[in-house]
Design a protein around this ligand. Structure first.
Ligand code: GUN
Ligand code: ZN
Length: 412
């Protein structure tokens, strides 16, 4: 049994952040579960035998982050482009890089670095896109197994794709069936987006997702040129969202990235199917995609959570994403700094059905938490969060814990 002392910031809902200046977290490193979260004084009395975790002075303790949308196979092209929009970016930078993951050696090397960076930035749960290759999915599961809770899917591409990534429809379906059978609810059925997937492929893999209770992830209405392309490809569908609806891809276990250009009818359909959205504000900015109108999602009750969208976004830290989220929507949906933590932790856990086991600090949940350097001069939750989100993300996370195990510790 271990104990860590510090100031606790613990989101309970979009509006409530539980805060304890002189707090403690007690957990069992064997089960990985939390035994106590609350006042340090009470913990000292109730758990005298708990071994103290070695930490720097002046720390904050928060839940670790959840990233609902990122591409592990794009880790090496972070920040290598400028001023390019989605479709040319995919063709020029992304797809050539993703083709390299056919080689397991390359995949393993990059995934090691990717995982280390993820943990260094405090993310322990994520919904991850891999390349089309089956071997790469195995590699990422193996590498991340004891260190993070990754939900992983290989992208599907059976049309409008370069020859070197083009899959035969039946082969793609067979790969999905094999991987879904093996990894079950940790496998994510991942039709890349409607441009690269035939209706036959989307319908078949939607059925596989239902059979094995898998999550589904894809991109929806990210870029105007993309939306126009989809309209021409699927003339019988009412709109982009309807393409996925007709394919059977919407539902409570579906996470749609971006969702920028949507009508009210489309938002209604997403709400009524309880589909989740991964909002990726940094990527939307950097690929010049546009602003997701979060105020409409909030008003209509469409669930959304946050993602980095590495490498459309250059920032792997969820603190950076929270910062951009607050800034971008400042005049449309004012969100307080102390509320931002919810969107980067519990909200993502809810999207992934993990709200009873992770996402915040509570008795019986997994001890997925961060030891963070307390921003200087800050004295209340809003100021703590402002300080954390202010930048210098490389120097904020002192330690990352996943299921009660230390998976990252900053070396000074
Ligand atoms: N749409 C289809 N593929 C991708 C991708 O890799 N990144 C982003 N941002 N959008 C996509
Ligand atoms: Zn993406």
């Amino acid at each position: 049994m271990k104990i860590v002392y510090g100031t606790i910031l613990n989101p309970l809902s979009p509006l409530d952040l539980w805060y304890c200046e002189d707090g403690a977290l007690v957990f069992d490193e064997k089960t990985g579960k939390i035994l106590f979260v609350g006042e340090a004084k009470e913990a000292r009395e109730d758990f005298p035998q708990a071994e103290k975790v070695d930490t720097p002075d002046n720390i904050l303790i928060t839940p670790s982050f959840v990233d609902a949308h990122l591409h592990a196979v794009q880790y090496k092209i972070i920040g290598t482009f400028e001023g390019v929009e989605l479709l040319p970016w995919l063709q020029k930078f992304t797809w050539p890089e993703e083709s390299k993951f056919a080689k397991s050696d390359y995949a393993e090397k990059v995934f090691q670095e990717f995982l280390h960076d993820l943990l260094r930035n405090g993310t322990t749960t994520a919904a991850v896109y891999s390349s089309i290759h089956e071997n790469a999915v195995h590699a990422l599961y193996d590498i991340s197994q004891d260190k993070a809770r990754l939900f992983i899917g290989n992208v599907l591409m059976d049309q409008n794709s370069p020859d070197y990534l083009l899959q035969k429809t039946d082969d793609a379906i067979n790969v999905v069936e094999r991987l879904a059978k093996k990894y079950k609810d940790r496998y994510v059925v991942t039709p890349r987006f409607a441009i690269t997937c035939s209706m036959k492929l989307m319908k078949s893999v939607a059925a596989i997702a239902r059979k094995y209770n898998c999550f589904i992830q894809t991109h929806l209405s990210e870029n105007k040129e993309e939306v126009e392309f989809v309209r021409k490809l699927f003339p019988d569908c009412k709109n982009y969202t309807d393409v996925y609806y007709q394919a059977g891809l919407l539902g409570p276990k579906s996470i749609m990235g971006h969702a920028i250009y949507l009508s009210n009818q489309e938002l209604e359909l997403l709400r009524n199917t309880n589909t989740k959205i991964a909002h990726c504000p940094i990527s939307n900015y950097e690929l010049l995609s546009g602003r997701m109108t979060v105020e409409r999602f909030l008003l209509m009750g469409v669930n959304f959570t946050l993602g980095t969208d590495i490498a459309g976004g250059h920032e792997i830290s969820m603190l950076g994403v929270m910062r951009r989220f607050l800034d971008e929507h400042r005049y449309f949906a004012p969100i307080r700094p102390s509320q931002a933590l919810y969107w980067g932790t519990l909200d993502g856990a809810e999207a992934l059905g993990l709200q009873n086991v992770a996402g915040n600090l509570a008795y019986g949940k997994y001890a997925d938490f961060l030891v963070l350097h307390k921003p200087k001069g800050a004295v209340n939750p809003d100021e703590y969060m402002e300080g954390l989100m202010a930048g210098d993300y490389d120097n904020i996370v002192a330690k990352t814990f996943f299921e009660g195990r230390e998976v990252y510790s900053k070396q000074n």
